[in-house]
Design a protein around this ligand. Sequence first.
Ligand code: NAD
Length: 325
Amino acid sequence: MAAQIIDGEAVAAQVTTKLKEEVAQLKAKGVQPRLSAVIATDNKGARIYASNQAKTCQEIGLAYDLCELPPTSTEAEVIQAIQKLNADPKVSGIIIQMPLPDGVDARRLQMMIAPGKDVEGMNPANQGRVVYAPQPFYRKPKAGEPGFDNWLEASLNWPLPAPAPCTPSGAMMLIRSLKQDLYGKEAVVVGHSEIVGKPMGLLLVAHFCTTTWCHIATRDLAAHTRQADILCVGAGKAGLIKGDMIKPGAIVIDIGINRIPEVGADGKPVLNDKGKPKMKTVGDVDFDKAKEVAGWITPVPGGVGPMTVAMLLRNTVEAAKAQAK
Ligand code: NAD
């Protein structure tokens, strides 16, 4: 039976509708949540990305501003700009736009953002929040014990840490939206980066999944993925996960984003109006084959991507709330 497609746009819209109300409440108390983006590039793509970000913020009532620096900036200059934003009480959240000037280390900059304003959740303090993600029970209560009757609903509503890395937080919300009992499920995460794979696995553990991380050194990837009731893939390799690597009925969350040439029915690359290969965006999972096996699957685009944006907004609103206290 074909898998149910998980509609990331729809779940993200639910999140942003709620955020819009929260922002209105904050504004009524005189608090204007504000996202500041540090940009030190003339890159056209980065500019388009930033203007899309501004539009998304406006839609829910968040203020958005660009802290513009010349593309020739040194690391010390970018750090100085970040420190100014850290100290500015009007700024709720700070993000750094890529690409950065040559010689500027993104990781070092991320560490310089005050943890309370680090809305991408990359500061070690916020990664630590994921380690300490609320898990109110030591184990699932047995019949007759407190918490047994409403276990499913309650466990899917335990607070998710914030600020925390946006993509895994968004992916976790998609998994929760399926309303399955996650207790004791086998979860496999492919990828172990700080931004995606590691926090993804920690969030699954916080929901009592038995969690395995696979990565570049994993000897038999398929042997692991075939055991997964929940399979989250963030490797950045188109076609890495084939249909026969998926357990029938599994929840498949495809986090990968890859640009590959479009191929026509004749097997040849499709060309655009400039005569260049037409590109398309795909994930890491062979979607057409996987959807015949999985129980649920996210599309790319339209799955995890919109949730990442929604979580950035959520982190900013949560940051503003915490700062207002
Ligand atoms: P990364 O390059 O930092 O990490 C890749 C991970 O995949 C590593 O842990 C590596 O060991 C593992 N890996 C690579 N090849 C593998 C293989 N053949 N078998 C098993 N594991 C393998 O990348 P990242 O920043 O974690 O991003 C991962 C993917 O997620 C990328 O495609 C990226 O574009 C995408 N991404 C998507 C979103 C979103 O909003 N959907 C956000 C962030 C990243």
